[in-house]
Design a protein around this ligand. Structure first.
Ligand SMILES: [Fe+2]
Ligand SMILES: [Fe+2]
Length: 269
């Protein structure tokens, strides 16, 4: 069932724990954004971009939580499982900081999602090792790798101090988020057969296909101001296509997971 995206804090010891684990959120320059200074249509677009961003962070938290569970189930090294679990807290911090920015922009736009389906699906009947590999691929090697490029581009154009500070906080954590998938696949190396690698290459292509709207048919008129984190549709599309080739496909090939070139070209066309 679809429900409106809303983040709720319980408060008390659990909120205090989150703030202790991820300090500094209160020190960002909150209260410095004058929403009335922006064109109302562009401002609405920025609210939409950031509302979607909060959902993406929330969904990433769910994905890393599933990954941490799968790592434990397949007896991956415990520090790797700890990193996946810790990244869940990064993503929840990102969601809360993003949601606070949305409030400064004037509030969230309507955004309904089926939260029962927020965790990524894996192939039914797959072994714990393959479930972990699929989650590592989809979430880290594809999703987070693309997010680094998108966030870096937004950060470069965001000259409002609050938006810049929020993007900087988000981006600071992303390096490990995008690398944990490769760390897992390197560890899993000899445990994967050629057939497993072939299956994983298909999973990676399916995951890339999900992001196709980022470079294909993106609404040309929907552009949030760069100062508020927006990016121009055409240059963003080119950036994403380059990121798929250089940050996703090439590193996967080095890990022995070669994507079908023909299908990749079709997806990027
Ligand atoms: Fe994040
Ligand atoms: Fe992330």
């Amino acid at each position: 069932m679809r429900a409106q995206l809303e983040l709720e804090l319980l408060g008390g010891p659990t909120e205090a724990r989150l703030r202790r684990r991820r300090p500094g959120a209160d020190d960002l320059p909150w209260g410095t954004l004058d929403a009335a200074a922006f064109d109302p249509i562009a401002l609405h677009e920025a609210r939409a971009v950031w509302t979607n961003g909060v959902f993406t962070e929330y969904a990433s938290a769910a994905a890393f939580a599933a990954m941490a569970g799968a790592f434990l189930e397949c007896r991956a090294p415990v520090d790797l499982s700890a990193a996946a679990a810790d990244i869940v807290v990064d993503e929840i911090d990102h969601a809360t900081v993003g949601s606070r920015l949305v409030m400064e922009l004037g509030g969230a736009v309507a955004f309904r999602a089926d939260f029962d389906l927020v965790s990524p699906a894996t192939t039914p009947g797959a072994s714990s090792l393959m479930r972990a590999a699929e989650l590592a691929l989809k979430t880290s090697c594809v999703g987070e790798a693309l997010s680094i490029s998108a966030l870096s581009r937004s950060l470069a154009g965001a000259d409002h101090p609050l938006v810049h500070a929020v993007l900087d906080r988000l981006l600071r954590d992303e390096g490990h988020h995008a690398r944990i998938g490769a760390w897992f696949l390197e560890w899993a190396g000899d445990r994967l057969t050629d057939a497993d690698r072939c299956h994983l290459a298909g999973v990676a292509l399916d995951a890339i296909a999900v992001y196709r709207p980022l470079w294909h048919d993106r609404c040309a008129a929907c552009e949030a101001p760069a100062a508020l984190g927006g990016t121009a549709p055409q240059s963003h599309a080119e950036l994403m296509i380059d990121a798929v080739r250089t940050r996703v496909a090439a590193p996967l090939e080095r890990l022995g997971i070669a994507l079908d070139r023909h299908r990749l070209d079709e997806l990027l066309a």
